[in-house]
Write a protein that binds this ligand. Sequence first.
Ligand code: PMV
Length: 323
Amino acid sequence: MNKATAVSPANIAFVKFWGLKNKELILAYNDSISMNLSNCITKTTVEFSPKFKKHQIYLDLFGKGKQLITGKKEGKIVNQLERIKKLAKNNWFAQIYSQTNFPSEAGIAASASAFSALTLAATYALKLKLSNKQLSVLTRLSGSGSACRSVVDGFCCWHKDCATQIAGVNHWPELTDIVAVVDTSTKKVSSFDGHQLALSSPYFKARIEEVNKRARLVTQAIKQKDFKTLGEQAELDALSMHFVMMTSSPALFALSPKSWNIIQSVRSWREQGLQVYFTVDNGPNIHILCLETDKAKILQRLKKMPEVLFTIVNKNCRGARII
Ligand code: PMV
């Protein structure tokens, strides 16, 4: 049977990928470092059959119900399917059903979890035997570069063409990511389009000059479980990326007043003695980084903030896998 189901998490980057050196090959200007998010998951079933007359893709995004997709979104998925079919020397069409359990297109790396789950399920369904490196490379080519990090278990670094592990899933179980969701609507500019604006910022060059050094520092911090360095560098990196975004032309403002309120609160909670930091991707929803010991206190505070619609608590977890 040419059918397989894969699950795969989103990931949060402590050092972020922003700016494409090569948009066909999806190569980044800098290394990026991330951990997987245990409660932000996509589950995808792919079935290939000689009976199907065309690819049919159904998505169920965060409880919106099963919908047949068309247009640009379908195009990206079909491109990845065709790439995989070519590798497997197969000319059948596929039926796909994919469910995402968190808001998609809101800057919580839904495309990373979706394309890593799709790539693993489709390659497995076509009986392709890929190494971890080959799977990461193939996932990167989907167009969502950060997806190549979601195929690795635990903490990883995307360097050049693929992501490799820095530390395993059980290395640092105290480390916690809380997504404070303030807005579930679709982001204004996709990350793929945003990467291409990066170079127009006069500050992009300055970011690139410092970012690989930060990646080395963050790698060390993860290995040594040095939360202070990890948190400080993650904040710095998120601000540096958003500064490049806001000074691109056209400018890209992903953060809303609600996001800034949470950022200010995190900073004041830290002044009050909590060990807490923030990071944020291309969207208004803030990731709060803390240790297990402070988790309950932080959740209590977030609950009292009117701008927070809900929270998603994540630990590190395995990358894409077949179920
Ligand atoms: O992989 P893409 O093209 O979806 O871009 C990801 C961009 C960020 O989420 C903002 C940063 C990152 O490294 O995850």
